[in-house]
Design a binder for this molecule. Structure first.
Ligand SMILES: [Zn+2]
Length: 223
């Protein structure tokens, strides 16, 4: 009887341990629970007025199956989000993740050349291009904590964009350039560009309807 009870106790312990292991935090969002360590990159504002700080070191990158790379810290939630979308019959793909400064520059040069080819003068072409392509040094892509998410075969862009608009916040991603915030973000509506901010901030941003600039200003009004 005693031995049986002992065995039951061991089994109970193993179950409890197994449960604990299964529940062990493993995502970047859970890591965000210690803000000191992660907040700097997690809520880093990168835009025309806030270039990537000099000497900023890009986090370790992880390469995705499609060939793009992202900061390793956003990968678990990105994967979880894609798994959830696929489970609902929506097929997203990362069209663009991390970009080097040189890549961002070449995108800008190409966009300017496109406008020049359409007959615009240099200054106009630059202005038009900068509405579409972030000035090198001011793109979240150069930090690796965002992703342009497009439709893979089996889905339309609309299906992917609307699924993301509704669900991405649950995985720590926000629609970075909403349609009604272009005057604040300085960037056209980009239904494909999702920025990782962690699950807590993403939930707050989604619920409030604020864009990242507004959300950060509200958090620290003096900044
Ligand atoms: Zn983008």
């Amino acid at each position: 009887m005693l031995r049986k009870r002992g065995l039951a106790l061991v089994l109970a312990l193993m179950l409890a341990l197994g449960w604990a292991l299964a529940e062990e935090p493993s995502t970047a969002a859970d890591a965000a629970a210690s803000p000191e360590a992660t907040e700097e990159w997690l809520l880093m504002l990168v835009n025309r007025d806030h270039p990537i700080p000099d000497g900023y070191e890009v986090g370790e990158l992880v390469q995705l199956r499609g060939g793009q790379s992202v900061d390793r810290r956003i990968y678990p939630d990105l994967q979880a989000m894609f798994d959830a979308a696929r489970a609902e019959g929506v097929y997203p793909i990362v069209g663009s993740g991390f970009r080097t400064r040189e890549k961002q520059q070449s995108l800008m040069d190409q966009k300017i050349a496109d406008y020049r080819a359409e007959g615009y003068g240099e200054a106009e072409a630059v202005e038009l291009a900068e509405a579409w392509v972030a000035v090198p040094g001011t793109s979240e892509h150069e930090v690796g904590i965002c992703a342009d998410i497009n439709a893979d075969s089996g889905s339309t862009s609309d299906e992917v964009y609307s699924w993301l608009a509704e669900n991405a916040w649950q995985y720590g991603f926000i629609l970075r350039y909403p349609e009604d915030k272009t005057d604040i973000t300085g960037t056209i509506y980009e239904p494909w560009h999702y920025r990782y901010v962690g699950r807590e901030a993403a939930a707050e941003i989604y619920a409030s309807g604020l864009c990242l600039e507004e959300y950060l200003a509200q958090r620290s009004p003096s900044a």
